[in-house]
Write a protein that binds this ligand. Structure first.
Ligand code: NAD
Length: 490
C-alpha cells in the first residue's frame, strides 16, 4: 500500500464555535437559559401568527390512510449499495485514491445471512430472513443499527454499513460501520412474536456481535425495547450481563441519558450552525418541512420548534400535514401516537408526501428512508437547504441537480451523526460501569458535532468542494491512515 496523504492533517479549523461550550438540560432551554421560540410548547395551544414564506400545498386534502406496505410516496428506489459505491468512487477520484484501496473500501468485510423460524401466536411457524454486515474494522469494532422493515435486503444493509463507516470516521469514533435487519413489518407482529423474533435473530447473529466486535443500535422499526431484548439474549447466552453489546437501550438496563433524542437534536445543532455560517440565516427565521415522523423526524421537529424554527409540514408513511403558521410537534406526536399516523391531524391541512418534498421552505429534512430524492424529483425540490436526517436519502444524480440549483445539502454522515455519537457515549459508560449526567452528554455531543463540522467547512474553503465530498474526504483519510499504520495482515 502506498503512503500517500489525501488530506492535510492540519486542516485549519475556522474560528471555534462558541455553541460547543455550553450545555442545557432541557430540549426547550437554550444554554443561556433563554428560550428563543416564540411558539407555545403546550400541546393544547397550537402556535399561531407569523407570515408565510412557503407555497401552500396544491393537492389532495384527502385524509384517507394508506397501508405501511404500499410505500405511497416512495419514489423508485435504486440499489442503495450502488449509490453508496458511486459516492465512494466519486470521492476516491477527487482524492486520487489508489485503485487497490478504493476496491478494498468498496466491499464489506463480512456478511451474514440468516434464515430462522419463529412460533407465532396461533401456533404456526413462520420463517424470517435477516442480515448483519460489517463494512470496515480499521478503526475498531463495528457499529450500526438493526432495521425491521419489509424492504430490508442484503444490498440495503451493505449500503447502510458503508455509510456508518464514513460517519463513525468523520466523528472520530473508534468504530467501523455495520448494519443489519430482518425482513418484516414489525407492526404486524404481536408483542410476544416481536420479542421471540428479536431473540432468535440475536442468537443467529451472536457470532457477529459483541462489545468488542459489533455493537447494534436502533434503526427504522426498532427501538429501546428491542435493544433491551437483544442485550438480554446475548447476556443469557454468556451467563452474565453485557450491557455494552447494544446502545439505545432503556436507562434501566444501561442506556444513556439523551440517546433517544440525540439524532434529532444533533440535526438541529448542525443545521442551525450551517444556516448561520453558510447562509447568514438564523434558525428562528427558518421554515422547515420533515419527511418521516419516527424517532429522528419527531425529535428533529421538536428540537427545531423549541429553538424557534417554524415546522410547517410533517409526513409519515400514511399521510402528511401542513400548517403555514407552524405545527406544534408535541401535540402532533400525541395525535400520531393515538391514531398511528400524522394523517388527518385536525389542526392542519392534508397534503401528499410528494408535495411535502416540494414545498418552498428554508430547510427540508428527509428523515424516513434512503433514495427519496432522486433524479425524478430533484428538479422539483424548492427547499434552500436539505438536512439529511435519514441515511442516504439523496442519490448522486439528485446531488448534481440540486447543486446546479444552488441547494445546500448537509450530508447524512455529518447531519444525523448525533445518534451514533451518543451511542458511543453509552458504550463507554457501559464499559466503565459509570454514568454521565445528561448535560455532560449534550455538551460533549454538541462539541463533537460542531468540531467536525468545522473540519468539513475548512475543507470546503480549501478546496471548493461540496459538503458531502469534504465530509467523505475527511472520513476516508482517517481510515486510510489507520490502514497504513496497521498494515495488511499477515
Ligand atoms: P423510525 O422507524 O422511528 O421512523 C421512520 C419514519 O419514516 C416513520 O414515521 C415512517 O412512517 C416514515 N416513513 C417511512 N416511509 C416513508 C415515506 N415513504 N414517506 C414518509 N414517511 C415515511 O425510524 P428512525 O429511527 O426515525 O430512522 C429514520 C431514518 O433515520 C433512517 O434512514 C435511519 O437509518 C436514519 N437514522 C436513524 C438514527 C436513529 O438514531 N434512530 C440515527 C441516524 C440515522
Amino acid at each position: 500500500m502506498t503512503k500517500k496523504r489525501y488530506v492535510s492533517n492540519s486542516a485549519e479549523r475556522e474560528a471555534s464555535n462558541s455553541e460547543g461550550q455550553a450545555s442545557s438540560r432541557s430540549l426547550v432551554q437554550e444554554p443561556n437559559g433563554s428560550n428563543p421560540s416564540p411558539a407555545s410548547t403546550d400541546p393544547q395551544s397550537p402556535p399561531s401568527g407569523g407570515s408565510s414564506k412557503q407555497n401552500p400545498p396544491s393537492g389532495s386534502q384527502s385524509t384517507e390512510k394508506e397501508s405501511e406496505s404500499k410505500q405511497p410516496y416512495a419514489v423508485q428506489r435504486a440499489s442503495a449499495f450502488s449509490v453508496a459505491q458511486e459516492q465512494l468512487n466519486r470521492v476516491a477520484s477527487v482524492m486520487d485514491l489508489d485503485d487497490d484501496l478504493r476496491e478494498h473500501l468498496s466491499m464489506p468485510r463480512r456478511e451474514l445471512i440468516v434464515h430462522f423460524p419463529v412460533v407465532m401466536d396461533d401456533g404456526s411457524m413462520r420463517n424470517f430472513t435477516g442480515f448483519r454486515v460489517h463494512h470496515n474494522t480499521a478503526l475498531g469494532p463495528t457499529k450500526g443499527g438493526i432495521r425491521y422493515h419489509p424492504d430490508v435486503t442484503l444490498d440495503e444493509s451493505r449500503a447502510l454499513a458503508m455509510w456508518m463507516t464514513w460517519k463513525c470516521a468523520l466523528m472520530n469514533l473508534p468504530y467501523g460501520g455495520a448494519k443489519g435487519g430482518v425482513v418484516v413489518n414489525p407492526k404486524e407482529l404481536s408483542e410476544r412474536e416481536l420479542q421471540a423474533m428479536t431473540r432468535r435473530y440475536t442468537s443467529e447473529i451472536s457470532l457477529f456481535i459483541g462489545p468488542e466486535m459489533d455493537i447494534p443500535a436502533p434503526d427504522v422499526g426498532t427501538d429501546a425495547k428491542v435493544m433491551a431484548w437483544v442485550m438480554d439474549t446475548y447476556s443469557m447466552n454468556r451467563g452474565y450481563s453485557v450491557p455494552a453489546v447494544t446502545t439505545g437501550k432503556p436507562l434501566a438496563v444501561g442506556g444513556s441519558a439523551g440517546r433517544e433524542y440525540a439524532t434529532g437534536l444533533g440535526i438541529t445543532y448542525v443545521t442551525r450552525a450551517m444556516l448561520r455560517r453558510r447562509m447568514g440565516l438564523h434558525l428562528e427565521d427558518a421554515t422547515v418541512a420533515i419527511q418521516g415522523f419516527g424517532n429522528v423526524g419527531s425529535w428533529a421537529a421538536r428540537a427545531m420548534h423549541e429553538r424557534g424554527a417554524k415546522v410547517v409540514a410533517v409526513s409519515d408513511v400514511n399521510g402528511a400535514v401542513y400548517d403555514e403558521r407552524g405545527l406544534d410537534p408535541r401535540h402532533l406526536k400525541h395525535y400520531a401516537e393515538e391514531t398511528g399516523t400524522v394523517g388527518g391531524y385536525p389542526r392542519a391541512d392534508a397534503l401528499t408526501g410528494e408535495e411535502l418534498l416540494e414545498l418552498n421552505v428554508d430547510v427540508l429534512i428527509p428523515a424516513a428512508l434512503e433514495g427519496q430524492i432522486t433524479r425524478e424529483n430533484a428538479d422539483r425540490i424548492n427547499a434552500r437547504v436539505i438536512a439529511e436526517g435519514a441515511n442516504g436519502p439523496t442519490t448522486p444524480e439528485a446531488d448534481r441537480i440540486l447543486e446546479d440549483k444552488g441547494v445546500l445539502i448537509i450530508p447524512d454522515i455529518l447531519c444525523n451523526a448525533g445518534g451514533v455519537v451518543v451511542s458511543y457515549f453509552e458504550w463507554v459508560q457501559d464499559l466503565q460501569a459509570f454514568s454521565w449526567d445528561e448535560s455532560e452528554i449534550r455538551h460533549q455531543m454538541k462539541r463533537k458535532l460542531l468540531d467536525n463540522l468545522d473540519d468539513v467547512l475548512a475543507i470546503t474553503l480549501q478546496t471548493g468542494q461540496d459538503l458531502r465530498t469534504a465530509a467523505y474526504t475527511i472520513a476516508i483519510q482517517r481510515i486510510v491512515d489507520a490502514l497504513e499504520y496497521r498494515g495488511i495482515y499477515p
